[in-house]
Design a protein around this ligand. Structure first.
Ligand code: FRU
Length: 495
């Protein structure tokens, strides 16, 4: 008698066979990539059983999006990840068309609960339906609730969509469970709804926390909601935005932090500030968790729906997609700040420090080069009065380069990978605000082979991008226009 494998067993079997064939050398070293196949959103990010767990939207069998599974990895330090077997496969009536994004929370009895979107296949003359499902397990194997879906569109007030209803983010508070989920209202468009549960299984609707009202994109995806430094933060990933005049948001899908006040008694959220989370080319669907020491840590898909189909990396590897470096969040002056997790310091090797360097023409500095590095450049604008423009080129060779051009007069910078080797026609440049603070503009650039993350002024703005440049191109040069620039430069190799 042949033994038929379940969908989950088939995925796990496939992973076992394929991973042996995938060289680690082709992967980024400290950014999680899928064990095989396609990855999008981070899911179920949590600290459980002494390790961080990070699940992800996953199609094992191809490097393009397909029937969604949950991939799974765990790490003690947020930088070195071990793969665990595929956690969820689309194998029940409630999720046969996909196990979409969701989240995780440890239960009082020591088990881990996953709350995710189950997509039900389209019946004749209907579209696929989305509702929220539960699975509980030991951190490796999970059993889906027989009652799934446990949060259905029937619980939503009038006008919300059963077709766009997804991405629950769960947390425990005062002996209860709460989750936020996204839905599209027929006039208010992207909206975030709040639900409550005594046990994580039986849920009821509480309120609408916030909505686009037609001004901030159409559907909102992947919400997260937490208190931080005296403020309340609602993260969402809005689709189909118009570019804003202040260059805060670009056309298309963005990520957004809504900062405000929250009244837990009435569940009312009052939005005060709106900003982008990351200003880069490849960043979407961020999700956070609390570290045991109280830090709020964020991780996001280091890709976007606009760039994923044209990313050259999709064609030449048996895996596609990666996560950003996990980042520590803080709220300062009404803004969300982010810096790479401090664990990255454990990877620091071979410090090179050059203080008071003056550059004019394009200059390479001794010891400053490579593709696995943590580089901080402080441009002393106050001591460089004639300098109008400062340029940092990286991941460069004789023909290719990526660059950061800082316009010190306008307090802006351009991140530009258009000469980095891509043969694809998609956005390659972003312009962001980057003004010197107390006379100094600080740029921290982290490279992990073929991806770059830039943090401006100690996390005031972040920008993520995947690079098309061959790894041999490791030159870094500095140049100034108008007059010389005075710099302090510090670099560690990451190992
Ligand atoms: C965001 C998203 C989510 C959805 C998932 C499907 O990138 O569209 O809204 O749950 O991807 O893979």
């Amino acid at each position: 008698m042949p033994r038929y494998l379940s969908k989950l067993e088939t995925a796990r079997e496939f992973e076992r066979k394929e991973t042996a064939r995938i060289p680690a050398a082709g992967r980024p070293a400290f950014h999680l990539s899928p064990v095989v196949g396609w990855m999008n959103d981070p899911n179920g990010f949590c600290y459980y059983g002494g390790r961080y767990h990070l699940f992800y939207q996953y199609h094992p069998y191809n490097t393009v999006w397909g029937p969604m599974h949950w991939g799974h990895a765990a790490s003690a330090d947020l930088l070195h990840w071990d793969y665990l077997p595929c956690a969820l496969a689309p194998d029940t009536a409630a999720d046969a068309a996909g196990c979409f994004s969701g989240s995780a929370v440890p239960l009082p009895d020591g088990r881990l609960l996953l709350l995710y979107t189950g997509v039900q296949p389209a019946a004749t003359d209907h579209k696929e339906l989305q509702a929220q499902c539960v699975a509980v397990g030991d951190g490796r194997d999970f059993a889906k609730d027989a009652a799934n879906p446990v949060i259905t569109a029937a619980m939503l007030p009038e006008g919300y969509s059963a077709v766009d209803f997804r991405d629950p983010k769960i947390w425990a508070e005062n002996g209860k469970f709460y989750c936020v989920a996204a839905s599209r209202h027929k006039t208010e468009q992207g909206s975030i709804l709040l639900f409550e549960s005594p046990d994580g299984h039986a849920w009821h609707y509480l309120t609408v926390l916030d909505a686009s009202h037609g001004a901030l994109g159409k559907m909102w995806e992947c919400p997260d909601f937490f208190a931080l430094d005296g403020a309340q933060v609602l993260l969402v990933s809005p689709q189909e935005m118009r570019a804003t005049a202040d260059s805060e948001f670009h056309a298309g899908d963005n990520t957004m932090a809504l900062l405000g006040r929250y009244d837990p008694a009435t569940h009312a959220f009052a939005r005060q500030n709106v900003q982008a989370v990351d200003y880069g080319l490849d960043f979407y669907a961020p999700q956070t968790t609390l570290a045991p020491d109280g830090r709020r840590i964020l991780v996001a898909w280091m890709q976007s729906w606009a760039t994923a189909p044209v990313n050259p990396a999709a064609c030449d590897k048996p895996w596609f997609g990666r996560m950003t470096l996990p980042r520590e969040l803080r709220v300062q002056n009404g803004r969300l700040y982010q810096t790479p997790v401090r664990e990255i310091e454990t990877l620091w090797h071979g410090k090179v420090e050059l203080n008071g360097v003056t550059v004019a023409e394009s200059t390479a500095l001794p010891g400053i080069h490579g593709r696995s590095l943590d580089l901080t450049v402080r441009v002393d604008a106050a001591a460089s009065p004639a300098c109008r423009r400062f340029t940092l080129r990286f991941a460069a060779d004789n023909a290719l380069y990526n660059e950061i051009r800082c316009d010190l007069d306008r307090g802006e910078l351009a991140f530009d990978r258009s000469h980095g080797g891509s043969r694809r026609d998609c956005a390659h440049t972003r312009h962001i605000k980057a003004a010197p603070k107390d006379g100094v503009l600080t740029l921290r650039l982290i490279l992990d082979k073929d991806c770059a993350e830039l943090f401006v002024n100690d996390g005031e703005r972040a920008l993520s991008a995947v690079l098309a440049t061959p790894l041999e191109a490791g030159a870094i040069t500095f140049a100034a226009e108008g007059g010389p620039a005075r710099l302090n430069v510090r670099m560690y190799t990451l190992r």
